[in-house]
Design a protein around this ligand. Structure first.
Ligand SMILES: N[C@@H](Cc1ccc(O)cc1)C(=O)O
Length: 431
């Protein structure tokens, strides 16, 4: 079997392929593509597998093309969707296309000297010049409506099931446009294979069919499974339903890191194969080691490290790690003071906060600060009692009743972190 397919298989990243795909990859350096529709100004965790497949493909000596769907993004892929999508206005769409191009270009090797260097294309570049009449005549004629209607993405929407919308002609044409992309890339870029999530099988095979009919050629399809969590809940969304984005301005590297760190043991075993580039032996050894001391969460830590470094770089990972350690008390006051505001507030998300004038914080005795100045504790006597009981920390360091904060104690020049016992926090913001 071809080494790329073999790798997908042991990683659990193989869903299906057309007969002959294996032989094609063994025969020659093959060009394959995966498309990404611009539905937001960033890709999210849900697209990481597709990106990684392209990267593996390149590592195995083949040539990857990442396609940004400037044209298809205008239409909206009905695959796996139960309701019609809203159309984007052109300005928004163009912006999204730029964002995606930028992001995708960071993940593959575009080095000009390699024969299998990656390429980035935008289907709007060839679709924009095709008139509707030409498309209807030259493309539509090769595929029957019967054939198109037999696809899952269409069947589902015509089923009349509760909660499922009908389908506009716009979305119905989507598979033909994606099919035409494949034909175009087959004819112009020597693309012989299209890959994608398993929900893309229908669209991809419309393309191979079109290539067969219009170009008398043979092209192939390979799909990867849709990622789910072991407990059946949706992968890649926070509890409140938000996406985890790849753009660090939309999801901070700290949050991103936490996402992987919080994987269950079952998920961590799967995800480390899916989402890291570590080899089989190393992963198997890690899993074995993890089983002997699962509470140490070594597997999750390795997973979170590898993926965060891959997506955000080592420096951002180090920062995320440092921030995470603060919560678990494995950091020094100096680490804390050097955090920037954004990370600090993220780590202590949800902790009550009060803004207090500088003169009521700096140089003020801790008993007063804890009680009347901040209101964190109800009274001076409570403050005294807790301090005696050695339960009070400032910036994660235990303090006694002589403590007063000064300028150098302020986190990013603005905050002081008060704490009672293990878990009760209060943030003083110096105004
Ligand atoms: N339909 C794909 C994106 C895509 C767009 C154009 C293509 O030619 C290929 C794939 C998706 O929604 O994920």
């Amino acid at each position: 079997m071809n080494s790329f397919i073999e790798e997908l298989k042991w990683r659990g990243l193989f869903a299906d392929m057309m007969p002959g795909t294996d032989e094609q990859l063994n025969k020659e350096v093959t060009t394959a593509y995966i498309g990404f529709d611009p539905t937001a100004d960033s890709l999210h965790i849900g697209s990481l597998i597709q990106i990684k497949i392209l990267a593996h493909f390149q590592q195995h000596g083949h040539k990857p093309i990442a396609l940004v769907g400037g044209a298809t993004g205008m239409i909206g892929d009905p695959s796996g969707k139960s309701a019609e999508r809203n159309l984007l206005d052109e300005e928004t769409l163009l912006h999204y296309v730029d964002c995606l191009k930028n992001q995708l270009s960071k993940f593959l090797n575009f080095d000009g000297n390699e024969p299998n260097k990656a390429e980035l294309v935008n289907n709007y570049d060839w679709m924009k010049n095709i008139s509707f009449l030409d498309f209807a005549k030259n493309v539509g004629k090769n595929i029957t409506v019967n054939y198109m209607m037999a696809k899952d993405s269409v069947k589902k929407r015509l089923s009349g099931d509760a909660g499922v919308d009908g389908m506009s002609f716009t979305e119905f044409t989507y598979q033909l446009i994606q099919g035409y992309d494949f034909l175009h890339l087959y004819q112009n870029n020597n693309v012989k294979l299209q890959m994608g999530g398993s929900d893309q099988w229908g669209n991809i095979t419309t393309g191979t069919e079109l290539i067969r009919r219009k170009a008398q050629g043979e092209a192939f399809a390979l799909t990867v499974p849709l990622i789910t969590k072991a407990d059946g809940s949706k992968f890649g969304k926070s509890e409140s339903g938000e996406n985890y984005w790849l753009d660090k301005k939309k999801t901070s590297p700290y949050k991103f890191y936490q996402f992987w760190l919080n994987a269950t043991d079952d998920d961590a075993e799967r995800f480390i194969k899916f989402y890291t580039f570590l080899g089989k032996e190393e992963i198997e050894a890690l899993i074995e080691e993890h089983k002997t001391a699962a509470h140490e969460r070594k597997l999750q830590k390795k997973l979170a490290e590898e993926v965060t470094v891959w997506v955000h770089g080592r420096e951002e990972y180090e920062k995320a790690l440092k921030a995470s350690e603060i919560l678990f008390g494995r950091s020094t006051a100096k680490d804390l003071v050097s955090l920037d505001e954004e990370i600090f507030l993220e780590v202590f998300d949800g902790v009550p906060q009060k803004e207090i004038a500088k003169t009521d914080v700096l140089g003020v005795n801790i008993i007063d600060l804890l009680s009347e100045k901040s209101g964190f504790l109800k009274s001076k006597s409570e403050a005294q009692r807790e301090i005696k009981g050695n339960a009070i920390s400032v910036n994660k360091q235990k303090v006694n009743d002589t403590f007063t904060a000064n300028e150098t104690d302020l986190i990013d020049g603005k905050f002081l972190l008060l704490q009672k016992g293990k878990k009760s926090y209060f943030i003083v913001k110096v105004g």
